[in-house]
Write a protein that binds this ligand. Structure first.
Ligand SMILES: Nc1nc2c(ncn2[C@@H]2O[C@H](COP(=O)(O)OP(=O)(O)OP(=O)(O)O)[C@@H](O)[C@H]2O)c(=O)[nH]1
Ligand SMILES: [Mg+2]
Length: 425
């Protein structure tokens, strides 16, 4: 038995985590981000075997941490070999190189770890392109460092993705590659915009689910739509957006999209690279912000999501706050406390279904003033409907084709329901 366990464990990478408490930092905050870093490492498939927290007045330019501390960690590693050391903050290429020399092991930072998870999870062409772009942008200033990695070891966490052949390319070729990926992504983006217009024309409300990673977004969409999206106690279980049709109790159809989760210190390259995915969020009629009410740092998580939304222009959209995980008492209490702070909110358990009816009511309420763009072909014999449209719709285009009026109109969801028999592609 023990032999079996040992063989199973040989593939698991072991990691040591290192964080820094600077003068003026609150110690508990660093502990929290270290806990999250541990979760990230585990989500990447590694096993965390130790943690170091360095207290120092400021970041040291050469090694990020003081050289004395680096040597102390090196001694610890001699006694407890690990496959890599992961730092909680971004390192400069030089700091990474210097630390590798002292620690005599592979050194990664938070961004590289997140990029690695993304590389593992990307399944669609769009997802892969976006991850590849983020990786290349990150690699560009670090090429020299990556080459030394490759001499020592192939594969493993932090080295997945662009692949060794690409790493051998010189800076120029990587830059060309970045250009090509950006061009491909532009095509993806155009296709998405067209798709979205088509959906709008059908009168569907577009709703985006956003939230901190692991908040329960996929579980909620599964609950609302009966879909079967991968939901796990893992950070960044979802990477590629999934859209499902959900019908409100008043039969109004909406399209809900579950998308990549957010995290504090989300690497900037990732936000840039995931623009196509994130744009979808900003284009929605309504944003549903799912919040893990069970999480001890729930306020920080809400703030981190707001920050990313702000970056992608989604903060001024109508937003419904959904406090999730109220099946546990702690979650229920936190949800009660937080609900008071947000005007449009609901408390649910995506897991058990508790509160889902009230959530549907809130969704209907948020969408009731929504305007829908429709392309119509209305027979002139439909005098009553045409009169309603003249009176209540914004008519964007109007043409007459034989006995029909061809219209592009913007109307309320209620009038859209009356027009639907005459909607055209
Ligand atoms: N107790 C409890 N757990 C829940 C609830 N909803 C989701 N979870 C759990 O929370 C974890 C994360 O759920 P997901 O639905 O994968 O979360 P997500 O927001 O899609 O996460 P990422 O895709 O990784 O960003 C899973 O282990 C779920 O079972 C809930 O209402 N109550
Ligand atoms: Mg998910």
């Amino acid at each position: 038995m023990s032999e079996l366990l040992e063989t199973q464990n040989t593939d698991v990478e072991t990691v040591l985590l290192v964080g820094v408490v600077l003068r003026g930092d609150e110690e508990w905050k660093v502990k929290d981000t270290m806990d999250e870093l541990a979760q990230l490492a585990e989500s990447a498939g590694a096993e965390v075997v130790g943690r170091f927290v360095c207290r120092q007045p400021k970041i040291k330019a050469g090694h990020y941490i003081g050289t004395g501390k680096a040597e102390e960690i090196a001694d610890w590693i001699k006694e407890n070999p690990v496959s890599m050391v992961v730092f909680d903050d971004d390192l400069t290429p030089a700091q990474g190189r210097n630390l590798e020399k002292v620690l005599e092991t592979r050194v990664l930072d938070r961004t590289q770890l997140i990029l690695d998870i993304f590389a593992q999870r990307a399944h669609t062409r769009e997802g892969s392109l976006q991850v590849e772009l983020a990786q290349h942008l990150y690699l560009l200033p670090r090429l020299r460092n990556m080459w030394t990695h490759l001499e020592r070891q192939q594969g493993g966490i932090g080295l997945r993705g662009p692949g060794e052949t690409q790493l051998e390319m010189d800076r120029r070729r990587i830059e060309d590659l970045i250009k090509t990926i950006k061009r491909d992504l532009k095509l993806v983006r155009t296709r998405r915009t067209e798709q979205r217009r088509g959906r709008r024309r059908h009168g569907w409300a577009l709703v985006s689910i956003v939230g901190y990673t692991n908040a329960g977004k996929s579980t909620l969409l599964n609950r609302l739509s009966g879909a079967d999206i991968y939901a796990e106690d893992q950070l960044f279980a979802t990477l590629d957006p999934t859209t499902r049709q959900v019908e409100l109790p008043n039969h109004e159809p909406m399209l809900m999209t579950d998308t990549v989760g957010f995290i504090q210190k989300l690497p900037h390259h990732l936000v840039d690279s995931f623009k196509a995915t994130l744009e979808e969020v900003a284009e929605a009629d309504l944003i549903v912000h799912v919040i893990d009410a069970l999480h001890p740092q729930v306020e920080m998580q809400i703030e981190a999501v707001h920050k990313v939304l702000d970056e992608i222009g989604g903060l001024d959209k109508p937003m419904l706050y959904v406090f999730n995980k109220i099946d546990e008492e702690r979650g229920r209490n936190a949800a009660k406390r937080l609900k008071a702070q947000f005007s449009k909110s609901a408390a649910v358990s995506a897991l058990t279904g508790e509160g889902i009816d009230l959530l549907f009511d809130e969704l209907a309420d948020c969408l009731k003033g929504r305007k829908v763009e429709l392309k119509l072909s209305v027979p002139l014999s439909e005098g009553k409907l045409l009169a309603t449209l003249q009176k209540n719709a914004s008519i964007l285009e109007q043409e007459y084709e034989g006995a029909n009026a061809e219209l592009l109109v913007r109307v309320s969801a209620q009038i859209a329901a009356q027009c639907r028999p005459f909607a055209v592609e």
